[in-house]
Design a protein around this ligand. Structure first.
Ligand code: HEC
Length: 406
């Protein structure tokens, strides 16, 4: 019952999170494209706006943008903010649900640091808050006037935070927290800078005063940051399902750096192309391909076979620490039916590294995965996949007896 509740909660939250993120990112890409495709219009004074035509859904749209504001404000204005807020809220609850409520399974790796659940959650949430405050200060400091330098310092800061997370959390915990930090920065940019500045502009207009142009510039800077980190954030969010991106704990900062560069450069291609097709920076794809290739080789360092091929020294995956070991009969079943795939060096054809990073080859590691084994092999028959290794109903009962109540 509890296991199913946890899984259903996770599924529904993830569903909501993906939908709101689609709405937010979709709207944000749409407006970036629109901004880039605006052209001078005969009835808007030069430098004060532009227009663009689009065709969609059986009709034609004439889009017009007024820099700062039109001469008179319309009665009704649609704001775009809830997509962003809901994405963050659903993501935060999902983070708590999966990583803090099931910390021993997903977040705490005793071989990295033996934390209590509350300590891990405090470090995680504290890290997000700290990260946002540092970034916000950096933007407000004199550094904020130099866009390129600010981007460089911001990049180094995010990579440093991913290093920090990789020193305290499991690999996937480190990846998700790095992604969550960038996503928190994005939503906080909307909630604390872009929206309040827009409201101030409207208040000045209503009072018949000229709005401070600094407000618009600051909003634009934050929204440009959001634009460039969108693709890396999405990568970080799905990376936790791909253990080769995080199994080598030491490589996590490097993977983060590569993802930031690769994602931002692809975004850059579209930002320039949508403004002027003739200036499309095709070189961006060459850089992105190179980054993907380097990431591929870095990920090889996560598996023993890959390390051998790269000529790197082998590393012994540390044993999970477990107070209570499973009974010998259960260990026999798991080792006999699961460990051919779920070992540091799988022997099953076509499996290069332990699927989902789940290791089931020693009693300690099996104990560590108790709840997951129950979900995959007792409550459901998802594992072994298609019962490839021929686990018998009796053997499942042995597991069920051990896992009663876990
Ligand atoms: C033939 C290879 C193979 C065998 C044998 C096997 N698994 Fe798996 N296991 C996989 C693959 C592949 C995945 C990843 C599935 C996916 O991508 O959703 C996986 C995923 C898992 C996961 C992670 C699920 C998740 O979504 O986080 C657990 C836990 C697991 N297996 C447990 C077991 C147990 C317990 C057994 C033995 C009863 C077992 N596996 C036997 C290949 C195998």
């Amino acid at each position: 019952m509890d296991a199913f509740l946890l899984e259903w909660g996770s599924l529904l939250l993830r569903w909501l999170h993906i939908i709101t993120a689609m709405a937010w990112i979709g709207a944000s890409f749409f407006f970036m494209h629109l901004d880039a495709s605006l052209r001078a219009s005969h009835d808007i004074p030069a430098g004060q706006g532009g227009a663009a035509w689009q065709v969609h859904g059986g009709g034609f749209y004439e889009m017009r943008k007024y820099f700062v504001a039109p001469a008179t404000l319309p009665e009704e204005l649609t704001w775009h903010k809830w997509q962003s807020y809901w994405t963050w809220l659903s993501g935060f609850v999902l983070l708590c649900w999966v990583y803090y409520a099931q910390a021993s399974l997903y977040l705490i790796d005793p071989a990295v640091m033996a934390l209590e659940t509350w300590q891990a959650a405090a470090i995680g949430i504290g890290g997000l808050l700290f990260g946002w405050l540092v970034y916000h200060r950096l933007c407000k400091s004199p550094l904020g006037r130099n866009d390129a330098l600010l981007a460089l310092v911001g990049f180094v800061f995010v990579v440093a935070m991913s290093w920090l997370f990789s020193r305290v959390f499991s690999g996937r915990g480190a990846m998700i927290h790095t992604g969550a930090l960038m996503a928190t920065i994005m939503t906080a940019n909307v909630a604390h800078v872009i929206m309040p500045n827009q409201r101030k502009v409207i208040a000045s207009l209503k009072a018949g005063e000229a709005p401070d142009p600094k407000l618009g510039k600051e909003g634009k800077q934050r929204s440009t940051h959001n634009n460039y980190i969108t693709l890396p954030v999405v990568f970080m969010m799905i990376s936790n399902h791909y253990p080769m991106t995080w199994s080598n704990q030491n490589a996590i900062p490097l993977v983060t750096a590569l993802v930031l560069v690769g994602g931002a450069i692809v975004r850059h291609f579209y930002n320039v192309r949508h403004a002027d097709h003739d200036r499309s920076p095709w070189w961006a794809w060459a850089v992105a391909a190179l980054v993907a290739l380097v990431a591929f080789y870095v990920s090889l360092s996560a598996s023993p076979a890959g390390r051998a091929r790269l000529g790197l020294a082998p590393v012994e995956a540390p044993n999970a620490v477990a107070a209570v070991l499973p009974p010998a009969a259960a260990v026999d079943v798991v080792v006999g039916r699961c460990s051919m795939c779920h070992a540091a060096e799988p022997v099953w054809d076509g499996i290069g590294s332990p699927p989902k990073g789940v290791l089931l080859d020693t009693p300690e590691r099996i104990a560590h995965q108790a709840a997951a084994i129950r979900m995959q092999a007792v409550l459901t028959h998802a594992m072994p996949p298609n019962n490839l290794t021929g686990i018998t109903p009796d053997e499942r009962r042995v597991l069920a007896a051990w896992l009663e109540g876990k």
